[in-house]
Design a protein around this ligand. Structure first.
Ligand code: SF4
Ligand code: FES
Length: 398
């Protein structure tokens, strides 16, 4: 600010402190004697950066972004907590002040114990807008909450039954009590959507583009769903008889009932997505054929991970040793393995837990899970482990 001295009227408070005159960046300013340099500068329309000053709180000069130079003072002072005085000469802008403020800001950011976005959302692999969704559930607006969910997650009723919910481990509510049940809320809202036949939105106008999706697991389904919503014509090619990939053939019925999955897939078929079962990439169709001869404009490969990891130990190929992916898939295909009375499952992940619990359901009497590390290090969720223990599975750890 420059030019003629200016009289700034004090605000109307009683009793009023006397006026004092000071200069800010060379211009005279008159304010009440009980005001701070920051308040005087604001009245004079001079901007001083400040972060921690709040009118309703006592100033304590924490951020030190508001440092100014006052003639006669050895060091810069915080404008938010320094009172004006008669004939004070204040400079708010200099290279030295800029450097100090920059350093102070860098120090603040280097120890930034706060969140610019909800931590639960960062932990969700699909980046669901959890606060918006939870708030709508709290309001009982299930129609809108399923719409928000399905912006990122086309199968909430299914995911709400099987997701290991890393989001909840970050929920800040547990600093007070326990995390919000985000995952179960998906299940609830997804189930309501199924019951009421709710659909998030209508597909866009046909674009005339055709997309081939190879594989109908979670990735293929999600692609088909969002492409169809955009108005593209989508065909899914699936090697197995029914859609769902690992959701259907890798996750047992007791965790994800097939009828829930089927109901959640319904919107895809209603949007006109075509499904070709028992059609494998390689033996039945090729990428060249789909793009060059069949005229698809684009192709998405979502072939999944249907091979079990080998243990690379002697005896792995003996009769009675079954890779877990084959074991779980064959149960869904209606040709379960003969498990006998005693079963040992090697591994500590979700599939290992699924295998021990399925083995029990197939009639095994003595089921043991063998894991090479401790329980704490098991990739499977502790709830899954507890459920398996309650069902009678024995655990052998390192
Ligand atoms: S439950 Fe799973 S999908 Fe849902 S918000 Fe949490 S991490 Fe994401
Ligand atoms: S505004 Fe933070 S120290 Fe002044």
């Amino acid at each position: 600010m420059s030019g003629k001295p200016e009289i700034i009227p004090p605000s109307v408070t009683e009793p009023q402190a006397p006026l004092v005159a000071l200069t800010i960046n060379g211009s005279e300013v008159r304010v009440r004697a009980d005001q701070t340099i920051l308040q005087a500068a604001e009245l004079a329309d001079v901007n001083i950066p400040h972060l921690c000053e709040l009118p309703e709180m006592e100033h304590y000069g924490g951020c030190r972004m508001c440092l100014v130079e006052v003639t006669g003072m050895e060091r810069p002072v915080p404008a938010c907590s320094t009172r004006v005085s008669e004939n004070m000469d204040v400079a708010t802008d200099s290279d030295h002040l800029l450097r100090l403020r920059k350093t102070n800001l860098e120090l603040l950011l280097s120890d930034h114990n706060a969140y610019c976005a909800p931590p639960c959302k960062y932990r969700c692999p699909t980046n669901v807008d959890i606060p918006a969704f939870i708030s709508l559930v709290g309001d009982g607006d299930y129609d809108e909450s399923q719409r928000v969910l399905k912006e990122n997650l086309p199968l909430p009723a299914s995911v709400g039954r099987i997701c290991p919910h890393p989001c909840e481990s970050q929920c800040r509510r547990q600093e007070i009590e326990e995390p919000v049940s985000i995952c179960l809320s998906h299940r609830f809202v997804g189930d309501v959507a199924i019951q009421k036949g709710l659909h998030p939105e209508k597909p866009g106008a046909p674009t005339g583009k055709r997309v081939a999706v190879i594989g109908s697991g979670p990735a293929g389904i999600a692609n088909a769903y969002y492409l169809a919503l955009k108005g593209h014509a989508v065909t899914i090619f699936e090697a197995l008889p029914e859609p769902g990939g690992m959701l259907r053939y890798g996750i047992p019925e007791y965790r994800l009932p097939k009828k829930v999955l089927d109901a959640e897939l319904e919107p895809l078929w209603q949007m006109g997505v075509e499904f070709r079962a028992n059609t494998s990439l390689g033996p039945d169709v090729s990428i060249d054929q789909l793009l060059d001869q069949d005229g698809y404009d684009a192709l998405f490969l979502g072939i999944g991970a249907h091979e079990s990891r080998s243990l690379r130990v002697e005896g792995e190929d003996l009769p009675g040793v079954i890779p877990v992916v084959d074991f779980l898939r064959d149960v869904t295909l209606g040709k379960p393995a003969e498990v006998g009375d005693r079963v040992a499952v090697i591994g500590g992940g979700f599939s290992a837990i699924d295998a021990v619990r399925v083995a029990l359901r197939l009639g095994a009497k003595d089921v043991t899970l063998v894991y090479r590390r401790s329980q704490k290090e098991m990739p499977a969720h502790e709830v899954e482990v507890r459920d398996a223990q309650e069902e009678g599975v024995k655990f052998v750890f390192l």
